[in-house]
Design a protein around this ligand. Structure first.
Ligand code: COA
Length: 274
């Protein structure tokens, strides 16, 4: 891991609750928040995974605790918020990272399969944000940070459930930014592109598709968890204190690319003849 571009105390005194913080991108974000002074509460469905993650953080000098729960259930969302506030005394940063994903053509997707992803991603983001409101308002200068995607900027096949869920998260974030700004709550979103060495890439880009994707990204590489963690640190820091309702795309320019009408080598041949 390269040296952080941020001051190590940039989040000193802050308390962050991270859903989906036991593994993957959100685990990496949690570590970065902790390494920069925040105290952490990890939430997820699997207690053993959370316990292991906290033990690893503790070895790195990061104060972390966990609460097992499912963001789909409002009472469990409330329980996680209460556990955070009773453990640390307050809540400053809510990171909505819990998500479900799988590839499935829409004509083969069951109604319950579609609903499951909507419930985890979109309803889960609502449940956690709604349950956290009073405490984020009390903390002031607080942040809801959502993890979305770029899939829904165009049509991504076999991802109708995820596209619908992430588009909903983006819309909800804009609404909350408007409604809750007056209470000192900022609401921001990160839209990661293809991030290497993650469960998402293993599921969504199997059989070496990640190498092809890396070649198609304008910056010519897959993203790293550190790229996303740095974006989260920026949005959580005082440097972003006038930014709310914003979606920060961190994808190396990938979503901007369209298939070319002709390739460059063909153009060079045509240009040489003219
Ligand atoms: N293809 C099609 N449908 C699927 C599916 C797949 N790969 N995985 C789940 N579903 C459907 C199930 O068939 C079920 O619908 P049904 O009742 O009509 O059969 C519905 O989704 C719920 O599945 P279930 O496994 O009971 O839900 P769950 O709450 O235990 O887990 C996920 C749902 C999405 C979290 C699960 O797929 C999962 O564990 N994913 C791995 C974690 C993950 O997605 N991480 C994010 C990486 S980006």
């Amino acid at each position: 891991m390269s040296q952080s571009p941020f001051r190590p105390d940039v989040l000193a005194g802050k308390v962050a609750l991270i859903t989906g913080g036991g593994t993957g991108i959100c685990h990496g974000i949690a570590r970065a928040l902790g390494q920069h002074g925040a105290k952490l509460m990890l939430m997820g469905r699997r207690e053993e995974v959370l316990k292991e993650a906290c033990a690893a953080f503790s070895k790195q000098g990061i104060e972390a605790s966990f609460v097992a729960g499912d963001v789909r259930d409002f009472s469990q969302a409330e329980g996680a918020i209460k556990a955070t506030v009773s453990h640390y005394g307050k809540l400053d940063i809510l990171l909505n990272g819990a998500a479900g994903n799988f590839l499935c053509p829409t004509e083969k997707l069951s109604s319950n399969g579609f609903k499951t992803v909507i419930d985890i991603d979109l309803l889960g983001t609502f449940n956690m944000s709604r349950a956290a409101f009073t405490h984020l308002k009390a903390a002031g200068d607080s942040l809801i940070l959502n993890i979305s995607a770029t899939l829904h900027y165009q049509g991504t096949i076999m991802q109708s459930h995820v596209m619908a869920a992430k588009a909903g998260i983006d819309a909800l974030a804009k609404n909350l930014a408007c409604e809750w700004g007056e209470h000192g709550i900022r609401v921001c979103t990160i839209a990661p592109g293809a991030i290497g060495d993650t469960e998402g890439m293993r599921r969504l880009a199997p059989l070496g598709a990640d190498k092809r994707i890396a070649g198609e990204v304008p910056l010519k590489r897959l993203g790293t968890i550190e790229d996303i963690a740095n974006a989260a640190l920026f949005l959580a820091s005082g440097a972003a204190s006038y930014i709310t309702g914003e979606i920060l795309v961190v994808d190396g320019g990938a979503w901007l690319v369209k298939p070319a009408f002709i390739d460059k080598a063909t153009w060079e041949k045509l240009a040489a003849k003219s």
